[in-house]
Design a protein around this ligand. Structure first.
Ligand SMILES: CC(C)(COP(=O)(O)OP(=O)(O)OC[C@H]1O[C@@H](n2cnc3c(N)ncnc32)[C@H](O)[C@@H]1OP(=O)(O)O)[C@@H](O)C(=O)NCCC(=O)NCCS
Length: 185
């Protein structure tokens, strides 16, 4: 953020086109009771997603593809049948409402004992009801119980909703960076 190169590039006509952040939660700082409360207060059923949820995952992804803020720095690539398939190294947790519709999901890539959130999304009609916070909380609870010790997440620093959700879950912001683009803003 404070890199002297940034000033130099801005003087040369580059401008900030995106601000990004990274954040971390270590398992010994996880408030399990607090996370359970966040899961319990959400509407619908929050559970891990499996290979047979792929059609529902693809439907929710297609409905929300244009909703991610932050330009190229935090772009979400539309899921394919392969990238939508949960596995041991790519876990997914979701919220399903009464008619069985999947309305929220979070995908997490596992590298050893570290879990890195790929993306989290909620159907537009179900936003601002604590559902994103709930699915992320459920993922942290499940993965902590399996021995994951470090959770990483990140995204656009202009995405107020995900920043607030992460803060509620206990993530601490430890990285910020900007994307510079040549030309006028
Ligand atoms: C970001 C997103 C997942 C949040 O889902 P959500 O279910 O609405 O989030 P929650 O209801 O759990 O809200 C989390 C917090 O953000 C706040 N919030 C929600 N939407 C907000 C908005 N548009 N502006 C400001 N704050 C917002 C909530 O009030 C809550 O804060 P609080 O805990 O202090 O009360 C959802 O808006 C979305 O799908 N956006 C498009 C995809 C995206 O940007 N994903 C994140 C990057 S991968």
């Amino acid at each position: 953020m404070d890199d002297p190169q940034r000033e130099e590039l801005e003087r040369a006509g580059w401008h900030v086109s995106a601000r990004s952040f990274g954040a971390q939660l270590d398992s010994d700082h996880v408030d399990a009771d607090g996370l359970r409360r966040l899961v319990a207060r959400a509407e619908g059923v929050v559970r891990e997603l499996r290979a047979d949820d792929v059609d529902a995952i693809l439907t929710l992804d297609a409905a929300t593809n244009d909703d991610y803020p932050g330009s190229v720095a935090t772009r979400h690539d539309p899921l394919t049948r392969s990238s939508a398939a949960p596995s041991d190294s790519r876990r997914a947790f979701g919220a399903l409402v009464a008619d069985g519709e999947l309305v929220a999901m979070t995908f997490i890539d596992i590298h050893g004992k570290t879990a890195e959130t790929d993306f989290t999304v909620v159907h537009p009609e179900w936003r601002r009801r604590g559902v994103a916070t709930a699915v992320k909380a459920a993922s942290i609870l499940a993965l902590t119980s399996e021995g994951i010790t470090r959770f990483r997440t990140g995204g656009s620093a202009d995405n107020a909703a995900i920043l607030r959700a992460n803060a509620t879950l206990g993530y601490v912001r430890d990285e910020e960076w900007v994307t510079l683009t040549r030309g006028s803003a």
